[in-house]
Structures are given as structure tokens and as C-alpha cells.
Design a protein around this ligand. Structure first.
Ligand code: DX5
Ligand code: ZN
Length: 213
């Protein structure tokens, strides 16, 4: 299982150490939760933060944009060093324009769906996506409980992807632990995001556990 730790649960005063420890423990990428206080009821970080992490490590950085106007801001995250840009299906943006520019910049593009959004909405986009991110909590905060119907949703998406766009990876975000991670693996998930589980304990040990589920 590939693991993408979310820096939202890192301790900011020792962020550099925690990032380096995570990389050393085998993190496959980093997940950066960008929240604007509008699309979700919480505010986190902007492009400067992405740039700072880029200076600490070469690992792949994912920008999970939980913002009302991703079309206006995604380029600042890409220019700051994000490798994969995650756009929420529920936010308005010009897919064709954005897709073209993301690819011109040599970056990856992913689409995120909220718990109440069905996987079928992705069908028209899959051929041009690199990744899909399924939310297993309502976005906004770390430390929430995993929504139990998620593995079923992953299974459904896996079947669609296997049939029409096998190059697309499936990532799941929210409430992932050693236990829920197992259910996700069985359902066909490629990458799991985890914040409070990893950074609420021994980082090295917990990344190791998630990678080996
Ligand atoms: C939720 C974020 C997640 C979340 C993960 O809005 O997108 O990345 O903070 O946190 P845990 O793993 O604690 O659920
Ligand atoms: Zn996230």
C-alpha cells in the first residue's frame, strides 16, 4: 500500500523533522490540505507553505485544494512545487483549460469527490485524469471518523477504472487507520492519506504499519 501522510497533523514547530522522519520511514508522497474557510469551515495553508516543504524534501507533493475557486489559485500551488493538483468535483472550474495547462507544466491532475458525490460523475473525466481521491470523511478537519460505506464506493470506482481508464490511481482520504486501511486495501485502493493516525503516534512505526497492511 502506498502512503501519503497529510501534514495537517504535523507539529508546525518541528515540521522539518517530522517530514524528514516520514520520508525516511517510507512515505510515498506528502498530502497538503489547503482550506480557504469557504469551501470548508477551516483555514489552513497557502502556496508559501507548499514552497517551504518543497525545500525540505524532493518527495512528490499533492495539493488537495478545498477552496471555492481552484481555477484561480492552482497555478500558484503548482509553481510552488506541488506535483499533483487535486480539484474537487464540487467546485467550479474549467476542466478542459485546467487540464491542458496542468499537463503543459508537466504536473499530474486528480479529481476529488465528497462523500455524497457518486463515482459515476467521474466517468467523463477519467481518461484525462491521473488520480481520483475519494473522501472518506466530510472535508474540513483531521481526526474524523471513517465513513464505513467508502470501501464499497472504492470497489465501484475500481470496476469502472479497470474497464475504461486503467492508468488512473485511486487514493482515499479521511479517518484512515491500520483497521480502515485494511478495508481500503481489500477494495482496491492504491494510496491512503493519513494524518491523525500517523502523527498521533510513533511516525516511523505507523507509516510502517500502513505500508504493510
Ligand atoms: C480532511 C482532509 C484530510 C484529513 C486527514 O479535510 O482532506 O486530509 O485531514 O486527516 P485524518 O487522517 O486525521 O482523518
Ligand atoms: Zn486531504
Amino acid at each position: 500500500m502506498k502512503v501519503s501522510p497529510s501534514v495537517i497533523s504535523c507539529r508546525l514547530e518541528i515540521l522539518r523533522e517530522q517530514i524528514l522522519e516520514s520520508v525516511d520511514a517510507g512515505a510515498d508522497s506528502f498530502h497538503i490540505d489547503i482550506m480557504d474557510g469557504n469551501f470548508v469551515p477551516n483555514i489552513t495553508v497557502g502556496a508559501d507553505f507548499v514552497r517551504a516543504i518543497r525545500r525540505v524534501t524532493d518527495i512528490n507533493l499533492e495539493a488537495h485544494m478545498m477552496i471555492l475557486d481552484p481555477g484561480k489559485y492552482w497555478e500558484s500551488f503548482a509553481e510552488s512545487g506541488a506535483d499533483l493538483l487535486y480539484f474537487h468535483y464540487e467546485t467550479p472550474f474549467e476542466f478542459d483549460t485546467v487540464h491542458k495547462k496542468v499537463k503543459e507544466m508537466g504536473k499530474q491532475i486528480g479529481m476529488v469527490i465528497n462523500p455524497d458525490t457518486p463515482v459515476d460523475v467521474l466517468k467523463n473525466f477519467l481518461a484525462r485524469l491521473d488520480m481520483v481521491l475519494i473522501m472518506s470523511v466530510y472535508p474540513g478537519f483531521s481526526g474524523q471518523k471513517f465513513i464505513e460505506s467508502t470501501p464499497e464506493k472504492v470497489r465501484k470506482l475500481r470496476a469502472i477504472i479497470d474497464e475504461i481508464a486503467p492508468h488512473v490511481g485511486i487514493e482515499v482520504d479521511g479517518g484512515v487507520t491500520d483497521i480502515t486501511g485494511k478495508l481500503l486495501k481489500e477494495s482496491g485502493t492504491d494510496i491512503i492519506v493519513s494524518a491523525s493516525y500517523i502523527y498521533g503516534g510513533n511516525i516511523r512505526e505507523r507509516i510502517g504499519i500502513l505500508k504493510n497492511i
